[in-house]
Design a protein around this ligand. Sequence first.
Ligand code: CTP
Length: 226
Amino acid sequence: MSKTSSLRCLITAGPTQEFIDPVRFISNPSTGKMGFALAEAALKQGWSVDLVSGPVNLQEPDGAILYPVVSAESMYHQVDALFDACDVCIMAAAVSDFTPIEYSELKVKKDTAKRTIHLAKTIDILKTMGERKQAQFIVGFAAETDNLEANATHKLHAKNCDWVIANKIGEEGTGFGSDNNTITILKKDGTTETHGPTSKLALAQTIIQAISDTLDNTSENTPSSE
Ligand code: CTP
C-alpha cells in the first residue's frame, strides 16, 4: 500500500462574498468547480477531505466534510482551525482581496448612498498558512490574465508554497466557470509541468496523483531515524 493512501487533505474552493449591506456584496465569478473536482479526486485517492467553500451551487462529493463560509474572514477562521491536522493543503478558492470597512445593517438607499466604498485588505490565508507550515504540502493557485509564469513564481515563493498551479483567465473555454482548463504546475525545485486543455476533473486527478507520487518519493528518500 502507498504511504500516501490515507492522508488528510484541506481544500479551499469557490469565491468569498464581502457584504456592503444585506443585499450587496463584492465578489468574483469563481464557481468552485476546480476545488470540488480536487475534493472528488482526493477522495478517490483514499484521502479524507475537509472542503472549506465559499457560496457555490455545487453538491459536495460524497465523503467530503463541507465547511460552508461566506467572507474571507470566515474562510480564514475555518482554515485556521483545520490546518494543523492536514497533510496536504490545496487553496483553490478565489478569495476577495478587499472587504468594505463599514457594513450597513440597513439596506443603503440609492438616493442617499455615498459613491465611494472604503476597503480594507483581507488576510492572505495562503500566505499565513505558508508561514505556519510544518510538514504540510501546500499548493496555491494563481489565476492570471498576463505574465502567468512570473506572477505565479512570485506567489510560489512569497507564500511559501510547495507548488503553485497557474492558470490563465480571460480566454475562451477555460478559467472561471468553465468545465475545462489548462494549468501549469510550478514547483519549488524550479521545474514546471503543463496539462490540458482538458476537464477540471481530469486536471484534478492529475494534480492529486502528482502530489501523491511526490510525497511517496519524498518519504522513500527520507533517511529513517534507525
Ligand atoms: N489567497 C488566499 N487569501 C487571500 C488571497 C488569495 O488564501 N486573501 C490564495 C488563493 O486561494 C490562491 C492564491 O492565494 O491559492 C493566489 O490568489 P490570487 O487571487 O491569484 O493572488 P493574490 O495573492 O490575491 O494576488 P493578486 O490579486 O495581486 O494576483
